[in-house]
Design a protein. Structure first.
Length: 197
């Protein structure tokens, strides 16, 4: 399995991204060496794509598949792409506050600690639907790890498109998010321009 092993802060710095979008509260004191240089149109488009891939932890081939699927759907391709990325199971677990970082959310799903509508799902890229009930499995709820996670994420703002009962490690998807509800600093139109060349 391919894994991105680039240090998070270094990657955030090169993409001009706040680490908080990934769940990290660290800050980098260094500045980007290329900060003042002029970037070509292609360079800007590529950076937006890399930003989206990095935030959601998706590699190139699956990301391209998401784009092609979004292109076939009704509506704006860029918006469809962002909604699909946001409704991945690992992203939903992170948003609900059952993981400190997006990488940890992916691990929680991999370790079969997540139930969707009462069934174990261990695929981080599983796309949730409106009405789905997501919870941490009974045996995992008692682990100290989850008590520590809730202590850290308890104050995190839960998006309006989901209901979360943090004490019982359970959440319901009221409806899929719209682009306005997704607070990720990515200009999806540049990604669409990049892929439509």
């Amino acid at each position: 399995m391919a894994v991105n092993r680039v240090p998070v802060l270094k990657r955030c710095r090169s993409l001009g991204l706040e680490p908080s979008y990934l769940g990290y509260d660290k800050k980098s004191n260094r500045t980007n060496a290329r900060a003042g240089k002029k970037v070509s149109e292609y360079g800007l488009q590529l950076r937006e794509k890399q930003k989206a891939k990095f935030i959601y932890g998706v590699l190139e081939k699956p990301f391209r598949n998401y784009y092609e699927k979004a292109d076939r759907m009704k509506g704006m391709t860029g918006e469809n792409l962002m909604i699909m990325l946001e409704s991945r199971l690992d992203s939903v677990i992170f948003r609900m506050g059952f993981a400190r970082t997006r990488r940890e959310a992916r691990q929680v799903v991999d370790h079969k600690h997540v139930l969707v509508n009462g069934k174990v799902v261990n695929i981080p890229s599983y796309l949730i639907k409106a009405g789905d009930v997501i919870e941490i499995s009974e045996k995992a709820k008692s682990l100290q790890r989850y008590k520590d996670i809730v202590e850290v994420t308890g104050g995190r703002l839960v998006p309006e498109w989901m209901d979360v009962d943090i004490d019982n490690f359970k959440g319901t998807i009221k409806n899929l998010p719209t682009r306005e509800m997704i607070d990720v600093p990515v200009d999806e139109m540049l990604i669409v321009e990049l892929y439509s060349k």
